[in-house]
Design a protein. Structure first.
Length: 91
């Protein structure tokens, strides 16, 4: 009887050790998968930050007052009004 209980206890302990080992392996695998995903997302973030900086520079270039004035004069035929036709209004 005691021998049967001892064998049963050893079997339960063996199953617990095997289950614990499998859990450790699974947890490490999940850590690696998560780390790879984190690295991929950081690389994507860095690429998006570079693209954002380039777009900001392009926007600043396209919106510069001298460029807008050149387009207004060249493509639209706009000119500055003569100084005699400009009226200043003060409050």
């Amino acid at each position: 009887m005691l021998r049967t209980i001892g064998l049963l206890a050893n079997g339960v302990l063996l199953l617990a050790v095997v289950a614990s080992g499998i859990a450790v392996v699974w947890a490490r695998h999940q850590d690696r998968v998560t780390f790879v995903e984190l690295t991929r997302l950081q690389s994507e973030r860095d690429a998006l930050n570079v693209e954002f900086g380039q777009l900001e520079l392009e926007q600043a270039t396209l919106a510069s007052p001298s460029r807008i004035e050149a387009i207004a004069r060249g493509q639209l035929g706009m000119i500055s009004p003569p100084s005699g036709s400009v009226e200043l209004i003060r409050r």
